[in-house]
Design a protein around this ligand. Structure first.
Ligand SMILES: [Zn+2]
Length: 593
């Protein structure tokens, strides 16, 4: 493990953004404080993870420089429940809770969380822990209901005329603004993502009875289908009517069951927490958006809109199967079922915020591991570029604030290629003993006596095979020989199979022994590639380049073997497959009639 000392500077976009964050904070005479806002209104999409990862990486960079930087995550759990997302354990009866705060909506069936918000917040919290993200979580329900914001609420009400005129300037811009929401094209994902993208669109507080930036939750039906009809600045008496028919006058300076409308709430909290850095998604940065409006609203609370780079979409590849079977949304917790935490960190760290990227959970996922393994090899050598070193360091380690030391995140001690692990697990259907036998044979010069050095990567691959591996890539070894195919073989094919099983009469390496003679990855590789060479009068160990005819003959022989073994034209690498299937079963499946 190459533990980067705190002092080793990393050179990448994170470092430059951190410089900007420092300059911004210095200009405003305040320390850097970074924030993320997460609305636990449904499963928290991998796109929303960027909301956390961008500030995290910047804070982590500054901590590596020896600065104390706080990262707060605002759990926007006092926001209204706006629609029922398509998630497991939830049915249409949840629509009766629309308009209530997320913390007063029941959790999905089967959850032991106390409420809706907690259920979804917890899933992200455990993912963030695995990802090594240090932050202070702030529940907005707790803040509002404890009265922490009472002065700010009264101030906003006193300044409602100013706020209204600011908002008025943006209202025309807001119309027709339909920035795409985070997520992929699948409707269920898009819906859930929309629900999780925070209060992007919401009533801004204007109504027929005047402009009021505060919205009470109704004391009878619990929803925010309320309209403020009167407010007295002197007494702070506030009267509202609700859709349910209830009307009431409350004393606002003692009232803790309502909240500022989003476009006022967000800037108020920038000021309250003294935030200097808070990125937001493209859907928050259109001309009439809350971030744009916040520039003018923040000074009302004596603060300045923080430095807020826009982050682009995160696309997801794969999940179709999960979407249909589990109503699945690609959350960080789901991605961590297949990706080790450093890899997931790496995907967020290697792209600048304004670049979109895809997280592949489908058949492309093994390639992500291959690229990561290549990066690890590169950084271990002397040819690594500064960008590679930074990308690796940010993915594989964090600055632990308690110890002020760089802490390495767990990596798999012996990182065998993910694709190999996946195909072996696929063939063995997860049988540990068989898996160990095959994997040990793959690297005979490095003894492997147990599976533990292969974990957690092996477990990730196992979960991926079970849940995400594309059906067409699954390997099902035939239980009975394909007698029809075996009967219809050409003489050349017959001869090829005989050579594979019984050898050429000349021992390896120039000839071929019996298949069992060298039952190792190297031995089987020699055998399967040697057949076509021997058939063309070459030595089995002859190194041949650019012989198209030989290459075609080898390919044709491999296709024949795949069809006989797994009933398909393709499959996992043949030597791996043969090892997995076992010599006896190979014989019974490919022996010519
Ligand atoms: Zn009501």
């Amino acid at each position: 493990m190459n533990a980067a000392p705190v002092t080793a500077p990393l050179d990448d976009w994170v470092s430059r953004l951190a410089d900007e964050a420092v300059a911004f904070a210095e200009r405003n005479g305040t320390p850097v404080k970074v924030a993320s806002g997460i609305s636990p209104s449904g499963p928290i999409h991998l796109g929303n993870l960027r909301e956390v990862m961008v500030p995290h990486l910047v804070a982590d960079e500054l901590r590596r420089r020896g600065l104390q930087v706080e990262h707060i995550i605002s759990w926007d759990d006092f926001d209204r429940f706006r629609k029922v997302p398509n998630v497991p354990g939830v049915d249409e009866t949840w629509s009766q809770h629309i308009g209530k705060p997320l913390t007063r909506v029941p959790a999905p069936h089967g959850s032991d969380a106390e409420n809706w918000a907690e259920h979804f917040r917890r899933e992200l919290q455990s993912a963030l822990e695995e990802l090594g993200v240090e932050y202070r979580g702030i529940s907005q329900t707790q803040m509002y209901t404890s009265g922490a914001y009472i002065d700010q609420v009264l101030h906003a009400m006193a300044q409602r005329g100013r706020i209204d005129s600011i908002l008025e300037r943006y209202r025309t811009l807001d119309r027709g603004d339909s920035a795409p929401t985070q997520g992929n094209a699948e409707e269920t994902d898009a819906d859930a993502a929309d629900a999780a993208s925070g209060a992007a669109e919401e009533a801004d507080g204007s109504g027929d009875s005047g402009y009021y930036p505060y919205k009470p939750y109704c004391s009878v039906c619990g929803t925010d289908f309320t309209t403020v009809t009167a407010y007295d600045d002197e007494s702070t008496d506030l009267t509202y009517v609700c859709r349910c028919g209830h009307t009431e006058t409350v004393v606002l300076r003692e009232h803790t069951d309502g909240k500022l409308v989003w476009k006022v709430d967000w800037p108020m909290r920038w000021a309250f927490e003294k935030i200097t850095f808070e990125p937001s998604g493209v859907d928050h940065q259109s001309p009439g958006s809350s971030f744009a409006v916040g520039k003018d609203v923040a000074p009302i609370f004596g603060w300045k809109r923080p430095l807020g780079p826009m982050y682009a979409f995160v696309g997801i590849r794969g999940m179709a199967k999960m979407s249909s079977s589990k109503g699945g949304v690609p959350t960080a917790a789901v991605a961590l079922r297949y990706l080790e935490p450093p890899l997931l960190r790496w995907l967020y760290g290697r792209k600048k915020p304004n670049q979109s990227f895809d997280v592949a959970l489908d058949g492309e996922l093994p390639r992500t591991y291959d690229e990561w393994d290549a990066l690890v090899r590169k950084t271990a050598g002397d040819k690594a570029q500064p960008g590679d070193i930074a990308a690796y360091a940010r993915a594989a380690s964090v600055l632990d604030t308690a110890s002020q030391q760089v802490r390495q995140l767990p990596l798999t001690p012996r990182p065998m290629p993910y694709k190999t692990l996946a195909s072996v697990v696929d063939i063995t259907t997860g049988d540990d003993e068989q898996t160990l036998r095959i994997l040990a044979a793959l690297e005979p010069d490095r003894p492997l006596e147990e599976l533990s050095p292969l974990r957690p990567r092996l477990d990730r691959a196992t979960a991926w095979v079970a849940e995400q591996m594309p059906a067409e890539e699954r390997t099902v070894v035939r239980s009975e020989p394909d007698t029809e195919l075996l009967r219809s073989l050409t003489d050349e094919q017959r001869e090829g199979l005989r050579l594979l099983l019984e050898g050429s009469g000349v021992p390896a390496p120039s000839g071929l022994g019996r298949l069992e003679d060298d039952w190792s990855l190297a031995g089987i590789t020699h055998q399967v590639y040697g057949v076509a060479k021997v058939q063309r009068g070459m030595g089995a160990d002859q190194i041949v380049k650019g012989d198209k005819e030989l290459a075609a003959a080898q390919r044709a022989f491999f296709v024949l073997l795949y069809r006989l073994l797994v009933g398909s034209d393709t499959g996992p690498r043949l030597p791996t497959l043969l090892l997995a299937v076992g010599a006896d079963r190979v014989r019974s499946l490919v022996r010519p009639e």
